[in-house]
Design a protein around this ligand. Structure first.
Ligand code: ARG
Length: 408
């Protein structure tokens, strides 16, 4: 087991791995690491989990201008297969929206650690503020995979404001043109797009149409119904309308189907880990679609008690994922139960997509705990007469209570 704490090695101060998005917060960390934290080599790592390609390119471009050693890691397929599909098996939701930003952070941390190990670094920096959840997720992730890591969070440690950051960036020639014109703070990956800031900080301000990039407004969505068959194997989707895809491509395609049909816009008041309430808008087209289909299939194949218990396990799992405790042993324990149930979650769910509505219209599975022969109004396979005794004695204690109450 590694010792947790600061390194004593004098070389350890030289190189720092910066978890880099290319935005204002992380960009000012570059000169800051050198001038205020005493590093002479900054390595920037941008992890592609499905952000717009121009954001990834821009991060690389800025890193080049500022002279860092830069790594772009394409983790889209890994993110879809190991994180989004995991979220499906766990029906991962938080306060009414599919967990999306939160499930990408551990992978981003893991990739930063991979680069650090490759180049022999143990110091990290990130651009999270002290108000949000991402500081927990990024730092937990890094420390889980490299317990001896030293982590700097300049925005938090120096209590910086956006105005101060812009001034500093100008002084240090940090390219921030795009940041200056940005009204909304956006975080985007394959599983969802989150929009906050600007006038959205007023909980009573209606989300303007311009914040939505992935999902059409119902009034602009097609006037015809789209029918979609989602096929699952062992709890994860494998094909859409009979066409198979890699996990990353499948999620992208699901985003397209649902986005075109105005499905997955969500506006919530969210309780962050530190207790702050924030107004968040989400675009979760593909995740809404796939999670809904998955639940419909579970309803067909799992027992009543499994479904009830799994809801609790899923809620607990979602809590851990929200908090970024991705490598917590408790999460493994919960997954052991979830995974066992998913062995039977195979089959097909048929849905209708129409102007913001997502309706299940059919489900089938070789594991269906359903028999038409037993349930039908027109059969006698289930002998009704056998229910008589059960019905008479069901609720026995309630009957006894009223019997006693009458005598009192
Ligand atoms: N509050 C959400 C979460 O903790 C998303 C935050 C994303 N950040 C943003 N700037 N939109 O997962």
């Amino acid at each position: 087991m590694h010792k947790v704490g600061r390194m004593t090695n004098t070389n350890s101060k030289k190189t720092v791995v910066l978890v880099y998005s290319g935005g204002l917060d992380t960009s000012i960390c570059i000169p800051m690491m050198k001038e205020e934290y005493g590093y002479d080599h900054v390595v920037t790592v941008t992890v592609d989990v499905g952000q717009p390609a121009e954001d990834i390119a821009q991060a690389a471009e800025k890193a080049k201008i500022m002279g860092t050693e830069h790594y772009t890691v394409d983790a889209k397929e890994e993110f879809a297969a190991e994180y989004c599909f995991r979220a499906i098996k766990s029906n991962a939701m938080y306060e009414g929206y599919p967990l999306s930003t939160s499930i990408a952070r551990p992978l981003i941390a893991a990739k930063a650690v991979e680069v650090a190990k490759k180049i022999g670094a143990t110091a990290f920096a990130h651009g999270c503020t002290g108000k949000g959840n991402d500081q927990f997720r990024i730092e937990y992730g890094i420390r889980a995979l490299m317990p001896e890591a030293v982590i700097h969070a300049p925005i938090r440690e120096k209590n910086l404001t956006r105005t101060w950051e812009i001034e500093y960036a100008k002084k240090k020639n940090v390219p921030i043109q795009q940041s200056l014109t940005k009204i909304w703070s956006i975080d985007e990956n394959l599983w969802g797009r989150s929009i906050e800031g600007g006038r959205l900080e007023e909980p009573n301000f209606a989300p303007p149409e311009e914040i939505f990039q992935w999902i059409k407004s119902p009034k602009d969505a097609p006037d015809t119904v789209t029918e979609l068959k989602v096929e699952f194997k062992n709890g994860v989707p494998v094909s859409l309308n009979g066409e198979t895809f890699t996990p990353g491509k499948l999620v992208a395609k699901a985003n397209h189907y649902a986005g075109t049909n105005a499905i997955g816009r969500i506006d919530v008041m969210e309780d962050r880990m530190l207790g702050l309430k924030v107004r968040e808008n989400y675009e979760c087209p593909g995740s809404t679609l796939l999670l809904t289909a998955h639940k419909a299939l579970e309803a067909l194949v799992l027992t009543r008690e499994e479904i009830k218990f799994k809801e609790k396990v899923d809620a607990q799992w979602s809590e851990l994922a929200y908090q970024g405790l991705w490598w917590d042993p408790f999460k493994d324990d919960l997954e052991a139960f979830q995974n066992n149930t998913q062995k039977r979650v195979s089959g097909t769910v048929t849905m209708r997509l129409y102007k913001g509505n997502l309706t299940i219209i059919g489900r089938e599975s070789p594991w269906a705990l359903y028999s038409e022969d037993l349930a039908s109004f027109d059969t006698t396979t289930f002998d009704q007469r056998e229910s008589t005794g059960m019905v008479k004695n069901f609720g026995l204690q309630q009957r006894m209570f009223f019997h006693l109450a009458k005598k009192m």
